[in-house]
Design a protein around this ligand. Structure first.
Ligand SMILES: NC(=O)c1ccc[n+]([C@@H]2O[C@H](COP(=O)([O-])OP(=O)(O)OC[C@H]3O[C@@H](n4cnc5c(N)ncnc54)[C@H](OP(=O)(O)O)[C@@H]3O)[C@@H](O)[C@H]2O)c1
Length: 280
């Protein structure tokens, strides 16, 4: 099984939700992805759900002249495709759209009504066949991970992809510590709170603004640096803008001091009790 995070792997990848949907933006989006790979963001996250294949098609086009080994491709399947023959069909369609013969990681997008045992069994079979190098889950909370851990093969899960950013810290209460104990990497989606379009007004917070100014970076870069402050978390910000992609890559070099982290904690407090899993 491949390791999602190791000492050589860059801790920021690229999300691609909503990309590939608008023909007017296609050229810009392809350039953005290619630039990201060029500067070291080798992990690309997509899903069959995104634009019903549009995102995978766009990624396929963006990477077609790049050596496959230089990219780490993650895709996801719908929960209603989580059993055979649908799962195999979904996988084949994703591979075709992406123009590749294997995925580095294949994720169950969220909990399915089908028995998890069956899904894991099938995913293990695809790992054996080499069509996927690893599999994982997404939007799994503590009870889901616990259940999975007790299923044969469940401990081969290579990552859990969940919403995590400075204004959505619920998973720190129990899920993150649990995954750390089990050495299960976390993929943080919406790591910059969808560009702060969810009405949280993080960008207007004076403390985060002051810290950004001190580092000569943007608030979004501080949000990213904060998300990956622990070495077992991968962040996958989405951007169609080459300049933003560059900034996102550079965010990995920002070191937040203990004092800055304490200031941020006061503004964006860690959870003190169990929170429902934040999902978008
Ligand atoms: N597993 C799941 O259920 C799930 C759910 C949601 C998302 N995801 C994955 O996670 C990825 C990221 O989440 P997300 O797309 O929802 O939100 P996000 O990455 O937090 O935010 C994306 C938004 O931020 C903007 N942005 C990116 N970099 C920026 C920068 N440096 N400065 C200013 N704005 C910037 C982008 O606009 P520009 O294009 O203008 O840069 C875009 O509007 C998705 O694309 C998808 O791959 C997974």
């Amino acid at each position: 099984m491949v390791q999602l995070l190791n000492k050589d792997r860059f801790p920021i990848g690229m999300g691609t939700w909503h990309m590939g949907d608008t023909s007017a933006k296609r050229k810009q989006e392809i350039e953005a992805i290619r630039h990201g790979v060029d500067i070291g963001m080798e992990i690309i996250d997509t899903a069959e759900m995104y634009g019903e294949g549009n995102s995978e098609r766009l990624v396929g086009e963006a990477i077609k002249n790049i050596s496959r080994e230089d990219i780490f491709l993650i895709s996801k399947f719908y929960p209603h495709h989580a059993k055979e023959p649908d799962l195999g069909r979904s996988l084949q369609q994703s591979l075709r759209r992406l123009g590749t013969d294997y995925l580095d990681m294949y994720l169950l997008h969220w909990r399915s009504n089908y028995p998890l045992e069956q899904t894991i069994d099938t995913l293990e079979k695809y790992v054996e066949q080499g069509v996927i190098r690893s599999w994982g889950v997404s939007n799994f909370d503590v009870a889901d991970i616990q259940e999975m851990w007790n299923i044969k093969g469940g401990q081969h899960c290579a990552a859990n992809q969940v919403l995590y950013n400075i204004s959505s810290r619920g998973i720190e209460y129990d899920l993150l510590p649990m995954q750390k104990r089990q050495s299960l990497p976390t993929i943080a989606y919406a790591p910059i709170a969808q560009g702060d379009t969810r009405g949280d007004s993080i960008v207007e917070n004076q403390v985060i603004q002051a810290i950004a100014k001190q580092h000569h970076v943007t608030v979004f870069q501080i949000m990213l640096a904060w998300t990956i402050r622990h070495d077992d978390i991968l962040a996958i910000p989405q951007s169609s803008d080459t300049k933003h992609i560059q900034e996102n890559m550079e965010a990995a070099t920002i070191q937040l001091s203990n004092e800055e982290l304490t200031l941020l904690d006061a503004e964006f407090p860690a959870p003190t009790s169990k929170m429902p899993l934040d999902i978008i």
